[in-house]
Design a protein around this ligand. Structure first.
Ligand code: DC
Length: 368
């Protein structure tokens, strides 16, 4: 449903807000062909980079500089089949010396994203209009060093934490295991005898939960209500519970706020399910690790046996992973998905060093 109100609640209880995405591009000449192809490219990029469905687009305003009049840019949207979207074309103000042959757009959408998660898109010569957006790399940390954020997502057992730890050591940046945060929430729920699928009870519990992350010699410690619970969050009950609590928007909002705060202050390798797609949409690098279900279960099984955990049965580990895969991928809010611009690596038949080196090579190549 299209709506021009400012806030909308879907049947699933997700808050949708009206937000606007800006974009601009230029054409070589004032021809129908150029105007349509450049506008089409811009609209497709805006749609893809922001994961927008046509039905969520409310309206699009287009402006053209005075030197362009061979075609209405709105025709490009109709060509894309966006027949129900309200479109409007207008002339840009003529400021002496401003960018020539420029098409600007303002796209209004219904979205559950926050403003800073949106990707404004500037192409061709229009990149000069917003260098701050086009060049996000090169952000500095408080100590003046270049900041780097690496997002690693994927299902359980794909190798995320093993690889993230290696990257963190080799690159000298911290490793944030976001799964531990959902695990700590689940631990609190279990301690309070709550059903980890009871969203109302969890929303109430989240009002006064206190989750903190500390780093000691590069090791993450997770503090729940002031106590280090890092050693208590890997049980079977907490594992299943963490996937359940992670469905609840009130839980995620609080966790994501902490995660973004950490990433804004420090270079970080962050692993999870929604890091590239939701938590750090502007991460410098995004990887999506995957492996076959059988291989992922085998790795988890051997890891748990190796830790001397009692009563570990392969079939149960496999069943738990299957349950979490489904739960994590099918939730409405920030599900487990590969971000469109993430590099996918199937680790089924790869050794740890092979995966780590492949990623390190890519990071170093782009980051020298
Ligand atoms: O990575 P892990 O196995 O420790 O994660 C535990 C659960 O937490 C996982 O099943 C889904 C959830 N999770 C999430 O929803 N989003 C994240 N960024 C990290 C974990």
């Amino acid at each position: 449903m299209k709506c021009f109100c400012s806030v909308l609640k879907t049947q699933e209880g997700i808050i949708m807000t009206v937000r606007a995405i800006r974009g601009a591009t230029t054409v070589n000449e004032n021809s129908r062909k150029d105007i349509l192809s450049s506008t089409r490219e811009l609209l497709v990029q805006i749609k893809e980079q922001n994961n927008i469905k046509e039905d969520d687009i409310i309206s699009i305003f287009f402006s053209l500089t005075d030197d362009l009049n061979a075609e209405f840019p709105a025709a490009a949207a109709r060509e894309l089949g966006w027949l129900e979207v309200a479109l409007m074309c207008t002339k840009e103000i003529e400021i002496p010396g401003s960018l020539e042959k420029c098409i600007r757009v303002m796209v209004h959408i219904n979205t559950n994203k926050q403003n800073f998660e949106l990707n404004h898109v500037y192409l061709k010569n229009a990149k000069s209009l917003r260098p701050d957006i086009v060049k996000r790399n090169g952000t500095k940390k408080a100590d003046g060093a270049d900041m780097i954020n690496i997002a690693i997502d994927g299902p359980a057992g794909a190798g995320k934490s093993t690889i993230a730890k290696i990257l963190s050591k080799k690159l000298g940046v911290i490793y944030l295991d976001t799964g531990a945060m959902y695990r700590a929430v689940a631990l609190k729920a279990l301690r309070e005898n709550l059903d980890t699928r009871d969203s109302k009870a969890l929303e109430k519990m989240m009002r006064d939960i206190n989750i903190k992350i500390e780093f000691e010699n590069g090791e993450q410690k997770i503090l729940l209500d002031g106590k280090n619970v890092s050693g208590k969050i890997r049980t079977k009950e907490v594992t299943i519970g963490s996937s359940n609590v992670a469905v609840v928007p009130a839980v995620r909002l609080k966790m994501v706020e902490i995660q973004r705060q950490i990433a804004s202050e420090k270079s970080v390798v962050m692993d999870g399910r929604d890091i590239g797609s939701h938590v750090l949409p502007h991460a410098d690098f995004k990887f999506f690790l995957n492996a076959s279900l059988g291989e992922r279960a085998r790795r988890r099984y051997e890891e748990q046996i190796g830790k001397g955990m009692p009563g570990i049965i392969y079939e149960e580990v496999l069943k738990d992973i299957e349950y979490r895969d489904k739960n994590d991928s099918s939730r409405d809010y920030a599900p487990l998905v590969k971000a469109e611009d993430a590099i996918e690596i199937d680790t089924t038949n790869m050794g740890i060093d092979q995966v780590a080196n492949k990623i390190l090579d890519m990071v170093k190549e782009k980051n020298v």
